[in-house]
Each structure stands twice: as C-alpha cells, then as structure tokens.
Design a protein around this ligand. Structure first.
Ligand SMILES: Cc1cc2nc3c(=O)[nH]c(=O)nc-3n(C[C@H](O)[C@H](O)[C@H](O)COP(=O)(O)O)c2cc1C
Length: 364
C-alpha cells in the first residue's frame, strides 16, 4: 500500500493546526433556506467530511451583501445578522467533529441566475456561455450594468462586513472567491473588463479590486485571522480561458495579491498538475508559490491521490482541495489512508440539480 507521506503530514495554516493536507473544495449546493439562512442539513453535510478525515472544509460560495451579490436561488448568505447567526450550528458541528471551516465569500457580478435585481459588473458586457443548469438556470445571462465608483465601494465594504460577520460567527477563516468567472474574476478578465479608469486596462489595474477587497477584509478582521483568495483562469461559463500574457500576468497577479497579505492563495485549474501556460513549465499553483511565497492550496482533479501526493511533494502546493471526488467519497481521506477503493464521480450525480441529496445529510 502506498503511504502518501506528504498527504498525511500535518500542516499549520496561520493558527489552524491541520492533521493532513486534504481540504474540501468549495461547492455550491443551493440548499439553504430561501432567506439565505444556513440550516441543519448543511450542518450535517459539512461535518460529514470532517468525520471522513478532512481537516478543513471550505464552504460553498456565500453572498456577502443584499445589494447585488447573490448568484443563485437558495444560495446561503452572510449579508445579515440572521444569516450569520444561522451559520453558528454549522460551524459548531464541524468543530465538534474536530475540524476547521472557512467561509467562501462570493460576489456574483454578472453571473446572476435569479430574478430580483439587475446584475452589476465591471462593464456592460453580457457573459459568454449559458446559465448553469445544475444550479437551476437556463438560457443566456442578462446584460449587467457597469459599476459606478459608489457600486465598487459598496461591494468592497460588503466583503469586509461579511468577513467580520463570519469571524464573529466562529468561522476559522474566510476565502474570497476571485476565481471561476464571478465578480472579482470579471474585473481581472480582459474581455469582461473594458473600463478606462483605475480598475481597467493593464493587468495591474484589473487585479486592483481583488487587492482592495483583501485589504478591506484585513482591516476588518485583524492581522492574524485566516484570509485566503481563490484564483483561476477558467470560468464556469468559459472553461478554457487563459491569461493573455502567460507567466508575466501570473507574476503581476500573484505579486499584487501577496502585497495585500492574505494567508494563502488557492489556485484552481482543470488538472492542477498541467503547465499553466505554453510559455512556462510551471503549474498555476507553482507560479502562485513562486511569485507570492505564500501557502498555496491546489485544486483540479486531485481526487486521484497519486496526483495529490505528487503536487505536494513537488513543493508547488502545501494543501490540496478535493471537489467532486469528495462528494461521492466524503470519507476520501479515510479511504485513501486505509487503501480502500474510491467511488468514481459521475457528473450525473449533480443532475437534475446540484442540491444536497438525502444521503449527504442523513448518513454520517
Ligand atoms: C456542484 C459544484 C459546485 C461548485 N461551487 C463552487 C463554489 O461555490 N465556489 C468555488 O470556488 N468553486 C466551486 N466549484 C468548483 C470546485 O470547488 C472545484 O474547483 C471543481 O469541482 C474542480 O475540482 P475537482 O476536480 O476536485 O472536482 C463547484 C464545483 C461543483 C462540482
């Protein structure tokens, strides 16, 4: 039996002592109450991964404000005191099981799949692709409104206030969703950001909002609280997007992020171990590590423990986030440790909707 020395070694992330390197990847399950409050089912769902051996879970994307940040119907929020209160039993269940929990804060930007408000975005550019059917959408996205400076300030403040609510609700940290095509990634992406002010144009300007959000959160939660950021090239509505200037962009992006002093960078690629750009031999995780010198979580098909072990051993990542393979193996860590076979993931698991299945909150 393979021993996976790196995967099963402990790790200290800020003040968080983790017993192994496997982390539950953030996954939207749109199973909160219509009010955006978390519920008992979610408490059981998240703690199940800890019981299965994961040391840390990152929640699904949570909307930070009531203005314009919600993407999906039945997505949970951290925008109000009542929503923050509703997370306390979820946090408690994870802690009782012996694990840690980080709240992912996600602003939809243009990727809105429910009625109620006109989406806002860096520019009035209609998103490519179509709405995500797994999360209850269909057809084209709406044309968003270009954000004013007041909208930008409000969004930054929304992230900071939600981070503080998360801290006060007992979460062990927050992660801002700067990846996968949502608001902060829309600012970073050249074809969705056509602004001519200080938030548009060069890569340095397009990463500016992400840096401002990190700085505002730091100010709100203090210097020692765990604050991470997730980054990707691909998007839920454009899988194959690549940063235009390859490694040069990576250097600028990860340098600027590092200057805002987050606790870690979480990179996600389709396959975490493949080279990020044709002009560079490194993975995106490796580039994040090289240019930020921060702890790095790598994600992308690392439910294959051989690949997880390899990227940890290479030093390109410190932790691995497991997504879909964890859904069908909430005890992924235990199984890998014991040399037991893993259940293969099939996308039909998420059809007709990615909402929680009964067995995910009834069987522990
Ligand atoms: C149903 C579902 C929902 C997801 N929701 C989120 C999310 O809310 N935030 C996020 O950063 N990534 C989200 N992702 C992406 C996963 O975190 C992960 O990056 C992706 O599944 C690839 O990892 P894997 O190959 O281990 O599955 C979601 C993925 C799935 C399958």
């Amino acid at each position: 039996m393979t021993t996976y020395v790196n995967l099963f070694s402990s790790y200290q992330l800020d003040s968080l002592q983790l017993s192994n390197r496997a982390v539950l990847s953030p996954m939207t399950r749109t199973s909160a109450e219509p009010s955006g409050e978390a519920n008992e089912r979610m408490a059981r769902y998240y703690s199940r991964f800890i019981k299965g051996g994961f040391g840390l879970v990152i929640t699904e994307g949570i909307y930070p404000d009531l203005n314009s940040s919600q993407s999906y119907t039945n997505q949970p929020g951290l925008a109000t005191a009542a929503q923050a209160e509703s997370w306390k039993p979820v946090v408690a269940a994870v802690h009782e099981a012996g694990g840690k929990i980080i709240a992912q804060l996600m602003h939809a930007g243009a990727l809105v799949q429910h009625q109620g408000f006109t989406p806002i975005a860096p520019s009035a550019v209609k998103p490519v692709g179509t709405m995500l059917e797994d999360h209850g959408g269909s057809g084209e996205f709406a044309l968003p409104k270009e954000m004013t400076h007041a909208d930008i300030r409000q969004a930054v403040d929304g992230f900071a206030q939600a981070a503080l609510r998360a801290k006060n609700a007992g979460f062990d940290g927050v992660e801002i969703h700067g990846a996968n095509g949502y608001l902060l990634d829309q600012f970073l992406t050249d074809y969705t950001n056509k602004r001519t002010d200080e938030y548009g144009g060069s890569t340095e300007r397009r990463i500016r909002l992400m840096v401002e959000v990190l700085q505002a959160i730091r100010l709100a939660v203090g210097p020692t609280y765990t604050v991470g950021v997730r980054i990707s090239q691909g998007k839920v509505n454009d899988f194959h997007h690549k940063w235009n200037n390859g490694e040069q962009d990576a250097e600028i992006i990860f340098n600027h992020i590092a200057n805002a002093k987050p606790s870690y960078i979480h990179t996600t690629e389709y396959k975490a171990w493949t080279q990020a750009f044709s002009n560079s031999a490194s993975t995106l995780a490796g580039l994040a590590k090289r240019y930020s010198q921060l702890p790095v979580i790598a994600n992308g098909k690392l439910g294959d423990p051989e690949q997880a072990e390899r990227i940890l051993k290479s030093g390109e990542a410190d932790l691995v986030a497991i997504g879909t393979d964890a859904l069908v193996n909430p005890d992924w860590v235990r199984k890998v440790k014991d040399g037991k076979p893993l259940t293969p993931f099939d996308h039909s698991y998420l059809h007709p909707a990615a909402t929680l299945r009964e067995e995910e909150y009834t069987i522990s």
